[in-house]
Design a binder for this molecule. Sequence first.
Ligand code: IMP
Length: 426
Amino acid sequence: MPVNIIVGMQWGDEGKGKIVDILSEHHDVIARYQGGANAGHTVVINGSKFVLHLIPSGILREGKTCVIGSGVVVDPQSLFAEIDQLEKGGVNIAGRILISPRAHCILPIHKDLDRASESDTSQKKIGTTGKGIGPAYADKTARIGIPMFYLLDDKKLESAVHSMLMVKNSLLTGFYSKERMEPEFLLKEIRSFIPKLQPLIGDTRSALAEAMKNGKNILCEGAQGTMLDLDHGTYPYVTSSYTVSGGACVGLGIPPGKIDKVIGVVKAYTTRVGEGPFPTELTDAIGAKIQEEGHEFGATTGRPRRCGWFDGPVARYATEINGVNEIALTKLDVLDVLDKLSVCVAYKVDGKVVENIRDDVSILEKARPVYKEFDGWKSKTAGVTEYSKLPDKAKIYLDFLQEQSGAKISIVSTGQGRESTIVKNK
Ligand code: IMP
């Protein structure tokens, strides 16, 4: 009855959706543990594309149960839009989605505040997705948020909305000079989605405990990536949740001793959306080429992703902090066209060589990458399904990434579709 965790090893967009979809086949329950509709997991099945923001990618496998844990923040509008998309695509979701009563709601006020803080010139711009994530988690932590279980008790809901808006309106009208939000408006909005939401709310923690007792396989799905973790990422340029594997225990209520395996997902190069340090960023024609070949545009916001070389210290850090046992490496095929490739093995900071990322992440702002160069394989890996069929130069590159990361690569993705996948040691 394994409990496995999928975690992003970089700044998100590693291709976790596809890997979750593949591994879902061997799991009964797929459980999302943090984040909200800021994530964008693209999965292509038989040529049909599904973009999931909140619902675990396991929903695309018939009969699998999908859990949204207490660590997730749920925007009901976005959830319903996703359900509509799935139903239109022929996916039967009846009885397959269970949302924790402890998961907090993202409300229109949170999106307003997210946008207001991002456009306020006196504050550091983070480049958020504008989905209200930070403000919703801030309210949760300040104990003025709206968890799902308040929706089941109208008196509690009404009093909580009034209390929250007292605080939030002073910020909105005072600091940001925006229009206040009336409690009646927000309550009407919330009450309008309760009938549709209520049937989906259930005791996810007990359901997971029961599933473990009954020998079911559970896949815990992380969103974003290690370097965007609130505690362990490149603060303040991070998201507001715990993206690392430890977040799965908190965000789902699973005891740490029950975790069997952590699968880290890493791209064959690096991307980042939004602001913040990115030592291996390529602002030249090669970066533009990778962006074009890899279709590196955000699945949630459509923003172009910054592209750069594979960063060894980031991968080593992710392996260590998440306890990565195996790596799923994605988008190898994007590099097919390149003559030369570089891999960052260390940084130079103030003239000193730094091999590993430590708690002083601010050094990344001045880190200069130390590179090892490789010859490109200049042939097609796209669609290859057997490791032995990869060009020798691609194998050399992969071996080096494995050595740099400190964990074995067990899956290599060579294209968007389910079928374009190499599973080593099946
Ligand atoms: P937020 O999560 O919308 O508050 O954004 C905080 C930071 O995390 C910004 O730099 C976003 O671009 C980044 N971010 C949030 N979600 C994702 C994701 O799914 N992929 C990549 N970056 C993300």
